[in-house]
Design a protein around this ligand. Structure first.
Ligand SMILES: NC(=O)c1ccc[n+]([C@@H]2O[C@H](COP(=O)([O-])OP(=O)(O)OC[C@H]3O[C@@H](n4cnc5c(N)ncnc54)[C@H](O)[C@@H]3O)[C@@H](O)[C@H]2O)c1
Ligand SMILES: [Zn+2]
Length: 376
């Protein structure tokens, strides 16, 4: 048996386990919750996957062959465009044409895109069928597969249509990361660093020592990083499943990051985690300008990101953004200005001491964004 780490997400009757380890897909049956596994021969299994991860689907398919009543597979193209109304409808049509019923199980295999899409599809098919996440990117293993946020993008923006719908299990096979492009790996690593910055200084210190081992996919370090990240997210989600308060801390670096992503136009020029990496430093910089956070902590964060070859400043985005700091502030405001609401920021008193506020001076925000755009 391979070495398995288990993290439990405690949400009363919606509780589930996240299984982390190598070669889990070969033994996928072991990680399907007992109530579903024991009745698998009466259930149809629908595997929705990103076509870039087909080899892992074959392994999963083989592990379940003959155990379920029937197994159907459906591929969607990799990348953000698959989180659309069109693909959402295609997935539902596929389920309905194959006579999905409330006993059916959907398994989503891929990164955050297929996880978010698959979760949303599962949440509305027959008013909700059980689903299992098999995340295959570091970002999805430490973040998007945990916590039950599902959804698709619309012309009006990202993730504006979706649901809160928890999976029955997450099977996090770290072996799948072997084929993940390095840039995607580093994008996911930004979210790992984020957990240290939010409320776990010892984890950040551990990453300072071991971050390069995580990025080199060394099994022990990688498992520890994913486990700690999942535990951090699980505990925040258990406290605030529907994002009424604390869950917003997970958005550290994201107010800035999302604006950068929007400015870059989601054309692959800037990956989500790259925006978060730059955005976390901006959040620290803003905190320092407001007299909340010592310079030393910013230097430490910047040193760590630089050591791991992560993006730290908006001027490193290539080709350069054509936007001014004021343009980016407007992107951050989005429809909030119209509604008379203030932008929410996650600021910090230092590494491991993040907090949420709307009490921020716009001139300071513009200064921080300007520094990042100019590379200071
Ligand atoms: N639900 C949440 O709580 C939550 C949290 C964070 C992010 N998200 C969402 O997650 C999405 C981003 O997720 P992502 O970064 O995983 O992107 P992704 O799913 O687009 O995957 C990134 C790229 O890697 C490819 N890929 C995936 N696994 C691979 C593997 N093992 N080997 C080779 N290639 C592989 C994909 O085809 C794609 O091209 C965004 O849509 C974001 O909104 C959701
Ligand atoms: Zn994120």
């Amino acid at each position: 048996m391979p070495k398995i780490t288990e993290v439990k997400l405690d949400l009363a009757e919606r509780s589930y386990s996240i299984h982390i380890g190598k070669s889990l897909l070969e033994n996928a049956l072991d990680y399907i919750p007992a109530d579903l596994r024991d009745t698998l021969s009466d259930r149809k299994v629908f595997i929705l996957y990103d076509k870039n991860v087909y080899p892992y689907v074959q392994v999963l398919d083989e592990a379940l062959a003959g155990k379920a009543q029937d197994i159907k597979t459906y591929a969607v193209k990799g990348g953000e465009p698959s989180k659309s109304y069109n693909v959402f409808q295609e997935c539902l049509d596929w389920l309905l044409e194959n006579k999905v019923n409330r006993q059916s199980i959907l398994i989503a295999v891929g990164g955050g895109v297929v996880g978010d899409l698959g979760g949303f599809v599962a949440s509305v098919a027959m008013r909700g069928i059980p689903y299992i996440q098999v995340p295959t990117t570091l970002l999805s293993q430490v973040d998007s597969s945990v916590g039950g946020k599902t959804g698709i993008n619309t012309n009006q923006g990202k993730n504006l249509v979706g649901s809160f719908y928890q999976p029955k299990a997450v099977i996090c096979d770290i072996g799948t990361l072997g084929t993940l492009p390095e840039r995607e790996l580093k994008s996911g690593y930004a979210e790992v660093v984020k957990y240290g910055l939010i409320n776990d200084l010892p984890f950040f210190e551990w990453l300072e020592e071991n971050g390069e081992k995580v990025l080199a996919l060394e099994e022990e370090a990688l498992t520890h990083a994913i486990k700690t990240s999942c535990e951090a997210k699980a505990s925040i989600v258990a406290e605030d499943e529907y994002e009424g308060g604390t869950r917003a801390l997970l958005n550290l670096g994201h107010t800035f990051g999302h604006a950068l992503e929007a400015a870059a136009g989601y054309d692959g020029r800037l990956l989500h985690g790259e925006g978060v990496s730059i955005g976390m430093l901006m959040a620290f910089d803003l905190s320092m300008k407001m007299g909340l956070c010592p310079q030393e902590d910013i230097s430490r964060l910047e040193a760590h990101l630089t050591k791991c070859n992560m993006l730290t400043k908006a001027n490193e985005i290539k080709p350069n953004l054509k936007h001014s700091a004021e343009d980016l502030l407007e992107l951050m405001q989005g429809d909030k200005k119209m509604l008379g609401a203030k932008i929410g920021f996650i600021l910090t008193h230092g590494i491991g001491q993040a907090f949420q506020t709307t009490d921020v001076n716009e001139e300071d925000v513009v200064k921080v964004v300007k520094n990042s755009l100019e590379g200071f």
